[in-house]
Design a protein around this ligand. Structure first.
Ligand code: FES
Length: 154
C-alpha cells in the first residue's frame, strides 16, 4: 500500500506533478526530469517539494537534494519579481562590468523585489557591458540607465 502524499496545496500543481512522476513510473533515474517539472510548476524547489519527490520515488532525501544542488538550473527560493544579471565575461569586464555591478548595488534596488547577480558571456560582446534585466538584454548599460530601469519597475 502506498503512503499518503503530503498535501502542499489544493491547486492542480500537485496533480500535475503526480502525473509527471507516474508517467516516469516513479523511476529514480527520472529524478532530473521530475525535479524540472516540479520547478516549472512551483517556480522553485522547496524543502517540502524535495521531500515529497524523494518520498514518491522512494529515494533517500539526501540523494534528491544532492542531485538538485548539483545542477545550477534548479532554484531553492521563490523567484523575485525582478532580476538583473550583469555579464562578467571578458568583454563586459573590460567595458566596466565590475564598476556597473558596484553602481547597481549602490542604487539599492529593493532586495525583496530584485535578484541581482553576475552572469557569463552572453555572446553579445560587442554590446558590452550587457545586463539581462527581467529577461531582456540591456546593452552598453550605464549605472544611470540601470537606476532608471529600477525606478520604472517600481
Ligand atoms: S563578455 Fe559580456 S556578452 Fe560577452
Amino acid at each position: 500500500m502506498r503512503e499518503a502524499i503530503p498535501q502542499p496545496s489544493g491547486d492542480d500543481r500537485e496533480k500535475l506533478l503526480e502525473r509527471a512522476m507516474a508517467r516516469h513510473h516513479y523511476a529514480g533515474d527520472s529524478l532530473i526530469e521530475i525535479l524540472h517539472t516540479a520547478q516549472q510548476l512551483y517556480g522553485y524547489l522547496s524543502p517540502f517539494l524535495l521531500k515529497t519527490v524523494a518520498h514518491r520515488l522512494k529515494l533517500p532525501p539526501s540523494r534528491v537534494l544532492g542531485v538538485a544542488t548539483f545542477y545550477h538550473l534548479f532554484r531553492f527560493a521563490p523567484p523575485k519579481p525582478h532580476s538583473a544579471a550583469v555579464c562578467m565575461g571578458t568583454a563586459c569586464y573590460a567595458a566596466g562590468a565590475t564598476e556597473l555591478m558596484a553602481a547597481i548595488e549602490q542604487c539599492h534596488p529593493d532586495p525583496a523585489a530584485w535578484s541581482i547577480g553576475a552572469g557569463r558571456c552572453l555572446g553579445s560582446c560587442g554590446l558590452a557591458p550587457v545586463v539581462i534585466c527581467d529577461g531582456r538584454a540591456m546593452s552598453r548599460v550605464t549605472p544611470s540607465e540601470f537606476e532608471a530601469r529600477v525606478k520604472a519597475a517600481g
